[in-house]
Design a protein around this ligand. Sequence first.
Ligand code: HAS
Ligand code: CU
Length: 559
Amino acid sequence: MSVSTLQSPRADAYVVHPERKLALYYVVTGLIFLAVGVAIGPAQALNYAGIDVYKYLPFLKSYYQGLTLHGVLNALVFTTYFISGLLIYLPSRELNLRPRLGFAWFTYWLMNFGVILAAIAILTNGSSVLYTFYPPLQGSPLFYIGAALLVVSSLLVGVQTLWLWAGWRDKHRGQLTPIVTYMCCATWCMWILASMGIVVETVFLLIPWSLGWTSGVDPLLSRTLFWWTGHPIVYFWLLPAYVSWYAFVPKQAGGKMLSEPLTRLTFALFLLVSVPVGLHHQYGDPGISTFWKLIQMSLTFVVALPSMITAFSVAASLENAARAKGGRGLLGWIRVLPWGEASFTAQVLAMVSFIFGGAGGIVNASMDLNQIIHNTAWIPGHFHITVGTATTLSFFGISFWLLPHLTGKPLWNPRLALWSVWTWFVGMMVFAVGMHWEGLLGIPRRAYISSLPSTVYADGARVPMALTGISGMILLISAVLYYAVVIRTLTGRQRDLENAPAIPFSEILSKATPTRFQKLIDDLGLLFWVGAILVLAVYLPSLIQMVQNPNLVKGWQLW
Ligand code: HAS
Ligand code: CU
């Protein structure tokens, strides 16, 4: 693969940087899918308030069709587009190298094709299998082919980014990879290792099964392969937000990234230990030995460490910025941070939500506590303050500078943008309180409870149910505000690419030097293989046992 170096003095214009357009298409397409997914959200929240609005939504055949659309579009589709655009664009700008555009656009259209197939399958009510698509629920082949294409095209974006990096390394032997590129490439390497489970599951088990080529499928084997990917996918969603928290938010706060070596160590740890932990989603599954569940539980606690490092180092970089501006006191410095800036505020509120999301994650990971909350409303409570806020609100914050940067059009109504950010944060926090609480009262997740008489589930749950319903309304308002800002920004007439906001790369307080250790963790290929060996070591014993004791079932369509 050849890469061309860009030397023009007009380094910021469209002609010189056609990859801007690519990133813009990815990001905007992702936001369009999110708009549809988010629009269904209030109906989900009202369900958990005991109010059934599904009967008024004639285009949805069931609660489960709505929930499938909501989960697939928000958690799988929006994230993959946004991340693909961002994580190929940032390294290409930092390294000043252009990706192969023909191939890059092919990948974009392949992703669209996959999503359209899956969308047809869901919209025609052929695949209300929810975003985890556990067998024996059986969707249409289009759904699984579409999902596989979505994953494969994201992998192709990753490979293109790694090619760019390899091209840079060839010309800069002995140097450490620039930090943003390092973070992006580590994320892509992690995703390549992570996605193997779902690729094997869809290609070898689910597609042949849904086409009727095999007599049945083993639910346990499929679920295990799913969670091989299903846990680390959460870091595929989180790490791009971390890229911004480490590399851009300090600059937006008026400060610097604290420590480059620590940042690199964090991402190296994620590459090593994100994947071999998926069994913490299967503590309740029979047929997997407790020994391997405990090993993966322990590794789950290890993978929380780089997030704890992140909490301290990002907070320190904010404190540093605030004190340089005259902030005083134990916590008084927080006041002088730029709370008037929507992009900054979105991301810091996303961080605050993640303090609670992360704490809940530790509860989930503890095998004994997990028994109390597994499959209850607690779980959606957990993931709306992780992927729904830590990730999504960070992406909103990023979009507030990225869209003007990519289009040359100024952000429309920054005040409204700020309102959208606060309402999203408040809405999600209230939702999380309501759902965690409902979960503790034993209300199951993914249940059409509003169709039942309230005496079945609502005793003692009135307050959390009310909170959940209210949060859905707050989030609806927030989404309207956010999309008003996005649409008016994109349709604005004024365009000045040359003076568009630059990518807010932060300066670094403590830079990494090419010591032996730093060179070692700069070798992402080596870390990838060490990570792969660890994954195989903790998964193969369970997988081999499942393959040797197949328990095939035919498909069910319960909707
Ligand atoms: Fe999770 C279930 C465990 C993180 C998403 N998780 C889910 C599901 C989703 C999800 C979608 O062990 C549901 C899947 C399904 O449908 O069944 N999760 C964890 C653990 C972590 C964790 C240990 N989860 C995430 C992230 C997600 C996510 C991130 C999305 C992006 N999760 C579980 C488990 C289950 C689970 C079990 C299965 C439960 C079951 O029974 O089904 C850890 O990675 C968390 C570590 C995080 C921290 C917090 C660090 C805090 C930071 C913020 C700092 C704040 C600052 C602000 C700097 C230790 C970095 C300062 C403020 C100023 C004002 C200055
Ligand atoms: Cu997990």
